[in-house]
Design a protein around this ligand. Sequence first.
Ligand code: 17E
Ligand code: FE2
Length: 426
Amino acid sequence: MKIINARLRKSEELYSLTVEDGVFTEIKRQDGSVAFSEGEVDAQGRLLCAPFVEPHIHLDAALTAGEPNWNISGTLFEGIQCWSERKPMLSEEDIRSRALETIELLVNNGVQHIRTHADISDPSLIGLKTLCDIRDVLKDKVRIQVVAFPQDGLLSYPNGLQYMEEALEYGVDVIGGIPHFEYTRELGEQSMKTVIELALKYDRLVDVHCDETDDPNSRFLEVLAYEALANDLGSRVTASHTTAMGSYDNAYCSKLFRLLKKSQINFISCPTESIHLQGRFDSYPKRRGLTRVKELTEAGMNVCFGQDSIYDPWYSLGNGKLLRTLDFGLHICHMMGHKDFSSALDLITDNSARTLNIEKEYGIEVGKPASFIILDGEDDYSVLRKQGEVLMSVHRGKVLMRREPSCITQSISLCDAASSKLTTAS
Ligand code: 17E
Ligand code: FE2
């Protein structure tokens, strides 16, 4: 396969890329645009970049909003309650069909790497097993990491720790946690130590739903970061949400940032989810309920964006488009400067790849797997501004999807009409 007239991120030039046996074998700067030959892919000056990464989603719960009850208050806690009422209705077929439909939605919008949580507060572990099986079956088309997520508490849910060990034996990729939802602060702290001990014992990654609350006293992030640092696991550990950080006072945060930076842990923010679920116990002023994405990024830490939910008990919108999440996130986090826009795609590509520890197989470089997307736009800024569609997605040299750019088929052309009238009048 040969792709011509492609733009690469952070460059103005046009490039040709050659793919052989699923690997990039040549990436060459062109001297201007070149003519199309049969069999080539002409990017027509559009942006070719590494695929989108969905670093945080719950595929076991996707597409279940309103079953059996809708989340009326819009809080995280009512979401957990609604989900507990849906759980008895789970079957392998139910989870498989919803998860596959959601994965297809993601893939058709440029995603090639997914980290999904699977609720293990369930003696049958049916969600976890079904998602691990899907991961294995789809591995040549889309790369999936499954997190064992103890939704009702690792230590507070009866036999929670036992289910975690079973999940690890079954072959889950990542260990999860939910310290702010454990019954006591002590259990929350203990759960963070346990998660790190298990990561060492089983050699797995860690991704904790950490401090997903507006409570400024929810400070489990410091325990997670310290344990990661003390055990030299930082880059393999992720703190998801950390929304309480939006409510920490600056004095505490200033001290906390020193530890966070040293620890090298990663951060995932889910802006659409958090703007909706948090701030729910406020009247006015009403908190935004997001972690400090801008400040973490400026301090040199690794932050990325995820969707978290698609039409589930916590969030009843969502369409698989990470560009939408990015747009929301930049608004909510006050990241609306020219510099932010010029590197915006980092938040849904490179930073997420680093979070998932997949950098070895990720990126537009000779010798790496030829996995890429072509977007309707020339650079980060124009793709973001236009919400440019994904026109092509190629995984390891194989085409996953192609789409025609959308175009208007009829228009009365107000510009032409007005300018001819205005010219005649003058
Ligand atoms: N469970 C949870 O604890 N938090 C979330 N944001 C979702 C599920 C979606
Ligand atoms: Fe989540």
